[in-house]
Design a protein around this ligand. Structure first.
Ligand SMILES: Cc1cc2nc3c(=O)[nH]c(=O)nc-3n(C[C@H](O)[C@H](O)[C@H](O)COP(=O)(O)O)c2cc1C
Length: 466
């Protein structure tokens, strides 16, 4: 299993500021951004004015999903100063490629562009990868500037390499290999905590294009909130789920044109009762009943599915008291609680949908049209179990998150998840508002349902690669 599948890529949760200056190698910064993102980093890009003439901000914005910082004298839409927000929240600043001019400006503390300004303003580690003509690199001015950055400022210098240069000559000055720059960033950050996990404090996200009504005509069933298993008439076994993630998914699906059934257990957020069909439940048993009813018109062996996609975001209790007391228990009697495992609702739904019996044997044709099933796996610490869960439950996607992590999980407005797919590709998303996580998930659901319809209802579900 790769680190990415485990959800523990080496820059998971980090905000990396990528400063690009006006070298012919600026195009390589695009690939560097992708490598940093592949390690789990949330990347925000700063461009010097010359760099913006080599590679336009649009490419960086589309890939980083953050507006690119180019203008020192412009404020963010919310009034904050962009390069200061980046300086204050980034885990590291990487300047690659760094020009001879930029090294000179930086060595002298001249904050004339957003890259130098951010470096001057940050207490985060700075990693610099110079790139230039060979004679520019060996010039004493450049060498003394590099030495000052390294020795006086403590910056990590990823030295340029020898090889053919843009001038047509050969010599030392080529930007270091990109993996070497990534390794330098990883090494600098190893053993340190994520500096600012709160997405609201970080640089803003680029406004996302409003999603199309790509779920029009689809019936999406979403479960949200935490179940409560009664111990007696006043006490229960519950969990910390607030329903924020599930409700965000229901609202996002509604906005994309879906007909939504929201089965809500205990929640502490407002429900879209005017736009969705909302079914309130309390226990795992009630949730099971409501779910089977919404999906298949009740228990039994249905031939058709009444839904297109199910997103099981509810936190379902794994255990329930065997014999809930009919009257309030009193302290003097003591209490010895016997618990039993509750049914695995997602696995049961998947079995029914795939035409399998309780033993996993195929007893009839899968329900048609084939629905798309998404589960959530709340873990603490390692996400290693998530890939096993994906297979064991027989779902199409499993959204795994570490609920013990700052800014992620119960009650927060943000979440950092890894989306594991039964079709191979898994994707680790950066820390994002739950509504954005919902939309990224629904991007996949909508694409998979379109592929299902295009392939005909008997063909296997293919998830569309994005
Ligand atoms: C085609 C072209 C390629 C260049 N490549 C480099 C380069 O690789 N390294 C460098 O230090 N300067 C290079 N320069 C010069 C810089 O663009 C110039 O010094 C500029 O002022 C740098 O601004 P900045 O450091 O603010 O980005 C190049 C210029 C041109 C026209």
């Amino acid at each position: 299993m790769t680190d990415r599948v485990r959800g523990r890529a080496r820059l998971d949760g980090r905000l990396i500021a990528l400063g690009v200056t006006g070298s012919i190698a600026a195009y390589k910064a695009v690939e560097l951004l992708r490598l940093l993102a592949a390690e789990g980093a949330d990347v925000v890009v700063l461009l010097s004015p010359s760099a913006a003439r080599f590679v336009g901000p649009l490419t960086f914005e589309a890939l980083s999903r953050h507006p690119v910082e180019t203008e020192l004298m412009e404020l963010l839409p919310d009034g904050r100063i962009g390069h200061i927000v980046i300086a204050d929240t980034a885990d590291a600043v990487v300047v690659a490629p760094a020009t001879a001019h930029w090294l000179g400006a930086m060595a002298n503390g001249l904050a004339g562009d957003v890259v130098t300004a951010a470096c001057l303003a940050t207490s985060a580690p700075v990693i610099v990868a110079p790139a230039m003509d060979g004679d520019m690199w060996t010039h004493p001015a450049t060498q003394s500037n590099v030495a000052r950055l390294r020795d006086a400022f403590g910056y990590a210098i990823v030295a340029p390499e020898s090889g053919p240069l843009a001038s047509g000559q050969s010599g030392i000055g080529r930007l270091a290999e990109l993996p070497a720059i990534v390794e330098a960033v990883v090494a600098r950050l190893s053993g340190t905590a994520v500096r600012q996990p709160d997405a609201a404090a970080r640089p803003p996200l680029a406004p996302t294009a409003p999603r199309d009504a790509d779920l029009t005509g689809r019936h999406v069933v979403v479960t949200a909130g935490g179940t409560r298993e009664p111990i007696d008439p006043v006490r229960f076994i519950g969990n910390r789920s607030t329903g924020k993630m599930g409700v965000a998914i229901a609202e996002a699906a509604l906005n994309r044109g879906a007909r939504v059934t929201l089965i809500a257990a205990d929640v502490s957020v407002a429900l879209p009762e005017d736009r969705a069909r909302v079914v309130r439940v309390e226990t795992t048993g009630e949730l099971r009943g409501a779910l089977l009813d919404a999906l298949f018109g009740g228990a039994g062996s249905p031939a058709t599915a009444r839904f297109d996609a199910l997103v099981m975001a509810a936190a379902v209790s794994d255990f329930a008291p065997v014999r809930p007391a009919g009257r309030k228990l009193v302290r003097s009697e003591g209490l010895n609680l016997e618990l039993e495992a509750t049914p695995d609702l997602l696995a049961e739904v998947a079995r029914i949908a795939h035409g399998l019996d309780a033993a996993g044997d195929e007893t009839r044709a899968p329900v048609a049209p084939r629905p798309f099933l998404v589960g959530f796996a709340a873990e603490t610490g390692s996400l290693d179990r998530a890939a096993d869960k994906l297979r064991a439950k027989g779902v199409d996607l499993l959204v795994a998150n570490d609920v013990a992590e700052a800014g992620s999980g119960f009650g927060t407005d943000t979440n950092r998840v890894v989306i594991l797919s039964a079709y191979g590709a898994s994707e680790g998303l950066p820390l994002l508002p739950k509504r954005e996580v919902a939309d990224r998930l629904l991007d996949r659901v909508a694409a998979a349902l379109d592929a299902r319809d295009a392939a005909g209802q008997t063909a296997g579900m293919q998830e569309v690669s994005r």
